[in-house]
Design a binder for this molecule. Structure first.
Ligand code: MG
Ligand code: MG
Length: 626
């Protein structure tokens, strides 16, 4: 199966688009006419350039307002078509997309349209070309692929076929299973796009809000399963009109597109095992069991300050690396590595971003399979020179240049193989595991990373939440595995004045801004933290007055919460308790949470007050601004 993408899907000039599309591994390209017209080269040269880049010119699009026109207008439409056929022959492209007419004078009638297409088919056949007909969701007389198919069927011409576009079918709520009745060899081309569900004019929705399959809310896998069930064996191609992508980097948009298609076809293959999908098989997405470790790059004073901070949270330095400046801090199932190396990835991370999380370890059932799936999805592998006796743990580059390592049972032994015992574990503060990590990125990158996590690990997205920072808006997207063993929140900052934006501006690329630890007894934990000298983020008394007004909380309990700066949220009977640390190393922080009664969120209603409290506090003393 061949993968294509329409030039309109990505930013840049035609040359930049061709380079990005070829680099991402696509087989072909749909030429959007405007991209061609904007180019200065003659059509023959453009076609040759595309083929030189290793790409096929799969489709020329769009040819508009063709069918159903009366009298002279009809004649003119055929004349226009002949001129486009000339151009296609020079480009070396044999298929044109004709979209259903929106011409004010176009007449309806399936037979009238079929007769027009039969004649166009003759003209195309004389030149060895083919015509594909697509129903636009806002077409004047034809806005449904079932009607477009009926016109193609009645045109009854071997050079006239149907073009399907997932947006036009799913966006109008048409059951994709109606596609299963169409003979696969009568479908000439398939275009794919997803979109978030927004109630608006379909034309505007389509031109501005389409996104990659898996990034939106449409059931593109169901659409594609129906297409494959027809026996269709032609290309699948992305046609994405998206304002954000128009401003994005061509190479990363193209890479996301290819990743989305690999993921989509993998879903189709798994859902319809009887269908033959002519693509290499890849390992299935296996949700991680949780976070095996997080690793900070930290040196000098900052390292020592972070180590002290961990002690006040109840962590013990249980082991040190046998050959490197690495220490392992543990409490419950939580492992935190402090890496003070001056060389290698951690050394570079510290030099570039200061104290930061440079590496995340995920517990997986098979390190090898997870890494193989990541590579098939276009992730960049990560390797670093190893010393003798060090295990080879597969890794990839993750968000913002950070590294993700995959540990399975065998590699989980790394703590015994590469580390030696340091101190006896202390009492701790009742922290059991990592509840979630929160990664910060620019808003433009959020779709890209949620696609990455959902494609690689089968993580599910929760609805996006807007968080109000005193200085701007932050979009928050939570992803989790079905069993909730791994939870990640992605926070997209739109301005540099937000806390998230400031964090981002101080780093090279995006990375983890906070780590939340779980406790089963928040009041026991805060009592232990008091003894350990932990300094929590002070919350205002206004916050607690508001809590008292919003929720029915016993005064004694509320007083204990206020005394320990515990934040609270409730949904139905489910309760959430949170305590934040003060910011460290710029704008990073820790969080401690207790979930009761199946609370599944992240305390979003509290976020504006938490952010305001952090901003009131300003930068911690002794921590340089970066
Ligand atoms: Mg289309
Ligand atoms: Mg959080």
């Amino acid at each position: 199966m061949k993968f294509g993408i329409a030039t309109v899907s990505i930013s840049g000039n035609l040359e930049e688009k061709i380079e990005a599309i070829a680099a991402a591994g696509f087989d072909g390209i749909e030429i959007f006419e405007q991209d061609f017209i904007a180019d200065a080269r003659p059509p023959g040269d453009v076609g040759a350039r595309i083929r030189d880049a290793g790409l096929e010119v799969m489709l020329f699009q769009p040819f508009r307002d063709f069918e159903g026109l009366p009298g002279k207008l009809r004649q003119k439409a055929f004349d226009r078509a002949e001129r486009k056929f000339d151009l296609m022959q020079e480009l070396g492209c044999d298929l044109v997309l004709v979209c259903s007419s929106v011409h004010p004078e176009a007449l309806g009638g399936i037979d009238r349209a079929a007769a027009d297409f039969a004649e166009l088919g003759d003209r195309a056949a004389a030149r060895g070309l083919r015509v594909g007909y697509e129903a636009l969701a806002w077409g004047k007389h034809v806005d449904d692929h079932r009607d477009a198919w009926e016109i193609v069927r009645r045109a009854d011409h071997p050079n006239v076929g149907l073009i399907l576009d997932s947006f036009h079918t799913l966006g109008r709520g048409i059951d994709p299973d109606t596609i299963r009745r169409i003979p696969g060899d009568r479908i000439f081309f398939v275009q794919l796009a997803d979109a978030p569900l927004i109630d608006m004019d379909p034309l505007y929705w389509s031109r501005h809000f389409r996104n990659m399959p898996g990034e939106g809310d449409l059931d593109v896998p169901a659409f594609m399963r129906a297409v494959m069930a027809t026996g269709y064996s032609g290309p699948v191609s992305l046609e994405i009109f998206n304002d954000q992508f128009r401003g994005g980097l061509p190479k990363s948009i193209a890479r996301d597109g290819h990743r989305a298609l690999v993921h989509l076809m993998d879903q189709v293959r798994r859902a319809e095992p009887d269908l033959s999908v002519d693509l290499p098989e890849i390992p299935p997405p296996v949700p991680p069991n949780g976070l095996a470790f997080i690793e900070f790059a930290a040196r000098g004073q900052e390292h020592d300050a972070l180590a002290d901070h961990l002690r006040t949270l109840g962590f013990s330095k249980v082991a040190r690396h046998v050959g490197k400046a690495l220490t392992l801090w543990q409490q419950g199932e939580i492992r935190i590595v402090l890496n003070a190396e001056t060389q290698g990835h951690a050394g570079n991370a510290f030099a570039g971003s200061g104290t930061s999380i440079c590496d995340i370890g995920l517990s997986v059932s098979s390190s090898g399979d997870t890494a193989a799936r990541a590579r098939a999805l276009g992730a960049e592998g990560f390797e670093q020179s190893r010393q003798e006796g060090e295990l080879e743990i597969p890794g990839i580059r993750g968000l913002g240049g950070s590294v993700l390592h995959f540990l399975d049972d065998r590699l989980g032994d790394v703590w015994n193989v590469e580390f030696e015992r340091a101190e006896e574990p202390g009492q701790g503060a009742g922290l059991t595991r990592i509840d979630h990590i929160a990664e910060t990125m620019s808003y433009d990158e959020m779709l890209s990373w949620s696609l990455f996590y959902s494609a690689l690990f089968g993580m599910q997205k929760q609805p996006m939440v807007d968080v109000i920072d005193p200085d701007g808006l932050i979009r928050s997207q939570a992803l989790s595995t079905a069993d909730r063993n791994l939870r990640i929140t992605l926070n997209g900052a739109e301005t540099h004045r937000t806390l998230a934006g400031e964090f981002l501006a101080s780093r090279f690329g995006a990375t983890v801004q906070h780590v939340a630890f779980a406790t089963a007894d928040i009041f026991g934990t805060v009592a232990a933290l008091d003894d350990l000298g932990f300094a929590s983020l002070p919350m205002s008394s206004n916050y607690y007055s508001d809590l008292a007004a919003r929720f029915d909380i016993e005064p004694e309990r509320l007083a204990r919460m206020q005394a320990s700066n515990i934040l609270y949220d409730r949904v139905g009977e489910a309760e959430f308790y949170q305590v934040y640390s003060r910011p460290f190393a710029g704008a990073m922080f820790f969080e401690i949470v207790e979930r009761r009664g199946g609370y599944d969120g992240y305390g979003a209603p509290n976020a504006p007050f938490r952010i305001a409290a952090q901003k009131r506090l300003g930068r911690p003393k002794g921590m340089p601004r970066r």
